[in-house]
Design a protein around this ligand. Structure first.
Ligand code: SDX
Length: 379
């Protein structure tokens, strides 16, 4: 193989087929099982979208009711998972907690080594139901607060916020959270999903694949960017007494300096989309609703100022992590909890891909072009 044929970062390589989602950079569109993600975010629950990703179809009413009942019945934090979390230091990264929790769930799942389609779906749905309790408990223990038990009268998103903050969130906050979950759920062969597929391709188990995917998601070039976006806002300084215009002017100046210093700005750019991320307008609208709800116009000033300066200097557009970061901040999550929220959502896409990989498996094992020393011999 010649060096010209090596595609660094597998850029532009089509590695397999998928029927789960279609990312179209030319039209800036994203389809989940054929449905535009904006339409799903406008009117479907995250629970319904999860079923769509797993089964290929939006659920009929009775199918959704059955799944909602399962999800509500399996929300409590498993005592063995809680015990494992309690062993972890309070200053470790919350992604380490998420990764450990999924690994423990795998070790304890009765069907862990059963890879039949029924067992895989059961494991996927259990992870979906249990992961919010991991994030909520971890957020609370870091604040010195006790666990809040789930409520079965609330839907997934409302209960997630309830378990985290111990109070019922306003309907518009619940809705913005739901929108973020729907938008983060699936995005074809991104690095973490591809990791999950590589692990599955060896005929390893679902929890191992999800644990590996969490490791891939943690990095700031991928899911860790939503946290890193907030670090930018924090570095800039969030001043609640500032007007939108003042904040935008300050943000523009900050971005010009950062780009002059050749800094990589998290939350901007994308391997596939070069003219903007299809999910950003929907997430930005949700952020705007949160800014109105929490009366924090200066946050929109920072957002617009950074985006405008980046656009003028390099024509690089924001990705989904850019509006998601400040949205989660306004809701009250600590910055390092943002990427675990991405896990809670992407569990759906990852597990759908694990099932798809399993159904038509081929070991994923590419070639490499050797560029080390020429053959030599031990004297
Ligand atoms: C996610 O793949 C998916 O689908 C992922 C995801 C999903 O839903 O699963 O969409 C979620 O991971 C979103 C991406 C989150 N990451 C970030 O926000 C990190 C910051 N972004 C970049 O580092 C970058 O844009 C990547 C890693 C996302 C994509 O990079 P590529 O395709 O490898 O492109 P590149 O790094 O080679 O950049 C090309 C050029 C370079 O300039 P030149 O050397 O050609 O002059 O664009 C510049 C880069 O320096 N550039 C940036 C930049 N992103 C690209 N410059 C400053 N800041 C940036 N953010």
């Amino acid at each position: 193989m010649s060096e010209e044929e090596v595609r660094k970062g597998l850029a532009g390589v089509i590695a397999d087929y998928t029927a789960i989602s279609k990312v179209n950079p030319d039209s800036n569109s994203l389809l989940y099982r054929g449905y535009p993600v904006q339409e799903l975010a406008a009117s479907k629950s995250f629970e319904a979208v999860a079923l769509l990703l797993w089964t290929g179809e939006l659920p009929r009413e009775e199918e959704l009711t059955v799944f909602e009942a399962f999800e509500r019945a399996n929300r409590s934090l498993d005592s063995r998972v809680k015990a494992a979390i309690d062993l972890l230091p309070l200053d470790c990264h919350p992604m380490d907690v998420g990764r450990t929790a999924v690994s423990v769930m795998g070790a304890n799942h009765a069907l862990a080594q059963d890879s039949s389609p029924e067992a895989e779906l059961d494991k996927a749905q259990s992870l979906f139901a249990q992961f919010p309790a991991v994030v909520a408990y971890d957020q609370r223990r870091r604040r010195g607060l006790g666990i809040v038990q789930p409520r079965t009268d609330l839907d997934y998103s409302a209960n997630f916020l309830w378990m985290t903050f111990g109070e019922e969130a306003a309907p518009e906050v619940v809705d913005a959270f739901r929108v973020s979950m729907v938008l983060y759920a699936e995005h074809s062969f991104n690095a973490s999903t591809f990791t999950a597929r590589v692990i599955t391709s060896t005929l390893s188990d679902l929890h191992s694949a999800v644990t590996g995917a969490i490791g891939a998601l943690k990095g700031p070039l991928h899911g860790g960017a939503n946290e890193a976006v907030m670090h930018t806002f924090e570095e800039l300084g969030i001043r609640s007494d500032e007007s939108r215009e003042e904040a935008a002017t300050r943000a523009k100046a900050w971005m010009e300096d950062a780009l002059a210093a050749k800094k990589k700005i998290m939350g901007f750019g994308h391997r596939v989309y070069k003219n903007g991320d299809s999910r950003v307008p929907t997430m930005k609208a949700a952020l705007e609703r949160m800014i109105t709800h929490y009366k924090r116009p200066e946050m929109m000033g920072l957002y617009d100022g950074l985006e405008e300066a980046m656009g003028e200097a390099k024509a690089i557009k924001p990705n989904l992590d850019y509006p998601a970061g400040p949205t989660y901040h306004l809701m009250g999550f600590d910055t390092d909890m943002f990427t675990p929220l991405f896990i809670a959502s992407r569990i759906t896409g990852w597990t759908a891909h694990i099932m798809e990989q399993r159904a038509a498996n081929a070991l994923i094992r590419p070639l490499s072009a050797y560029n080390g020393v020429a053959e030599r011999h031990v004297a």
